[in-house]
Each structure stands twice: as structure tokens, then as C-alpha cells.
Design a protein around this ligand. Structure first.
Ligand code: NAD
Length: 244
């Protein structure tokens, strides 16, 4: 792929870069996206019907089985060249913040430091009743309980229909409001409010860049669109940028 010269110039001139990532960035590590068909055991379930508070109240054991399956997948994979390229990109621009919709922690495992977890973290446990983080629960039971109040524990992710934590909303808004370049990478641009961050960036004058295998609702509103796998496009982009 040829990286547009205009994008390299924009990156060289940029003071603050904001990067929104979605599950496509982790796909090449072997973490399935929600829009890919669920495989094996989970083929018959729609993630949109498992990742909700209602599903958890209806059948917490089922939801925990699904999350344990996802935790096992993520625990067994490694960050891919796309994650690593973002670490390098951060060293080539004055400031870079990643806002990730991913809950897998792979950006941090790759070495990225400025990461806002917009949808929480798969490996955290929260009290379903009180909302507090719990780190010393007995996880050997089918549905773990809060040692403090005895309520059910849930995974520390943001489910469909739930609000984004206030701190993440605030930090992401601040990252977007000061950026001059905004990247949307490996996200379908369909899940709100994350999908609105690109619009907010564009409205305050940032150039928007999309890296995705497919077209999305954002594609026609971008300054640059690089179609391909993030694990291939990002290393190429960073290699071009590193050449003076
Ligand atoms: P999505 O599943 O809606 O869309 C994935 C997007 O990535 C698609 O547009 C697809 O074309 C693109 N894509 C797939 N492989 C790619 C690749 N190799 N390179 C570049 N693009 C690629 O994902 P979303 O937009 O992140 O939103 C779904 C929700 O699912 C989010 O809330 C997220 O928290 C959650 N989720 C997270 C993980 C994870 O943490 N890894 C995995 C599954 C779902």
C-alpha cells in the first residue's frame, strides 16, 4: 500500500494525535470481533444478547461462562504488529492518546502508556450491586460474589445499554478536543458513544484517518482512508514516517 504523502505531512506537523481503536485491531492477535460469527460453543448466541445487564440478571452463569471463554482466549494471545506500531508511532509525534473500545488490554501489553479504556477491562471484576472493583473474590465458583456485600460479581466491562464511566468519558473528550489528527482504526463506527468521537474531532478541525478492512459509516467523512489490515497498514505507515 502507498501511504499518502499528505498523511505523512499531517503527522509530521501534528502536535496531538488521538487514536480510537476497535476490535479489528486485536483480530490479527486471534481475538474475535463481535461482528465475526461466534464459533464453536457460542455460535448460537448473539453477543448483543449476552453483553447486557438484562442477560446477566436472566442467566449470570451463562454470561460468566462466555466471559471466562473470552478471558481464556485473550490470556493466550499476544499483541500484534498493529499494537506494536502504535507504540512506535507515539515515539514519533509530540503527544498521542489511545482511546480503545477493546477490553483485552493488548495495547498496554504491547507497551502503550497513554490508553483510555472506554469500555472497561475484561479481567476486572465488579460488584453488580455496588459497582466497586473487587480483586480478592473467590473466582472458583460459577457465579462469584462480592466479599463485601455478597452481591453477584460481574466482569468490569461496559455492556450494551450502559453508560461509559465518567472518568473515561472526560479523558476521551479531552484527548479529542485538543487533537489535530484523529485515527479510527479497526472499528465499525457503529457503537455509540465511541462512534461520535470522530465527528467531534472533525468538527473542531482535526483531520480524520480511517484504517479498516471494510468501509464504515465514517469512511465518507475522512481526510484519509487506508483500506487493509491494521497489523499491516500501521507498521507500513510508521516505517514511512520514521524515514526522514
Ligand atoms: P466491531 O466488531 O463492530 O467491528 C470491527 C471492525 O474491525 C469492522 O469494521 C471490521 O471491518 C474491522 N476489522 C476487522 N479485522 C480488521 C483488521 N485486521 N484490520 C483492520 N480492521 C479490521 O468492533 P467495534 O467497532 O470495536 O465495536 C464492538 C464492541 O465490541 C466494542 O464495544 C468492543 O468493546 C467490543 N469487543 C471488544 C473486543 C476486544 O477487546 N478485542 C472483541 C470483541 C468485541
Amino acid at each position: 500500500m502507498t501511504i499518502p504523502e499528505g498523511l505523512l505531512t499531517a503527522l509530521r506537523d501534528s502536535q496531538r494525535v488521538c487514536v480510537l481503536t476497535g476490535s479489528g485491531v486485536s483480530a490479527e492477535s486471534g481475538v474475535p470481533t463481535f461482528r465475526e460469527a461466534q464459533t464453536g460453543l457460542w455460535e448460537q448466541y448473539d453477543p448483543h444478547e449476552l453483553a447486557t445487564p438484562e442477560a446477566f440478571e436472566r442467566d449470570p452463569a451463562l454470561v460468566w461462562r462466555w466471559y471466562r471463554w473470552r478471558r481464556d482466549i485473550v490470556a493466550g494471545v499476544e499483541p500484534n504488529p498493529g499494537h506494536h506500531a502504535l507504540v512506535r508511532l507515539a515515539s514519533l509525534v509530540p503527544a498521542l492518546t489511545i482511546v480503545t473500545q477493546n477490553v483485552d488490554g493488548l495495547h498496554q501489553r504491547a507497551g502503550s502508556s497513554n490508553v483510555i479504556e472506554f469500555h472497561g477491562n475484561l479481567f476486572e471484576d465488579r460488584c453488580f450491586v455496588e459497582g466497586c472493583l473487587v480483586d480478592d473474590a473467590d473466582m472458583s465458583v460459577e457465579v462469584p460474589v462480592c466479599p463485601g456485600c455478597g452481591g453477584m460479581l460481574r466482569p468490569g466491562v461496559v455492556w450494551f445499554g450502559e453508560s461509559i464511566p465518567e472518568s473515561a468519558t472526560h479523558e476521551a473528550a479531552s484527548a479529542v478536543s485538543g487533537c489535530d489528527l484523529f485515527f479510527s482504526i479497526g472499528t465499525s463506527a457503529l457503537v455509540w458513544p465511541a462512534a461520535g468521537l470522530a465527528d467531534a474531532a472533525r468538527q473542531q478541525g482535526a483531520s480524520v484517518v480511517e484504517i479498516n478492512l471494510d468501509a464504515t459509516p465514517l469512511s465518507s467523512h475522512t481526510s484519509f482512508r487506508l483500506q487493509g489490515k491494521s497489523g499491516e497498514v500501521l507498521p507500513e505507515l510508521v516505517d514511512c514516517l520514521a524515514v526522514k
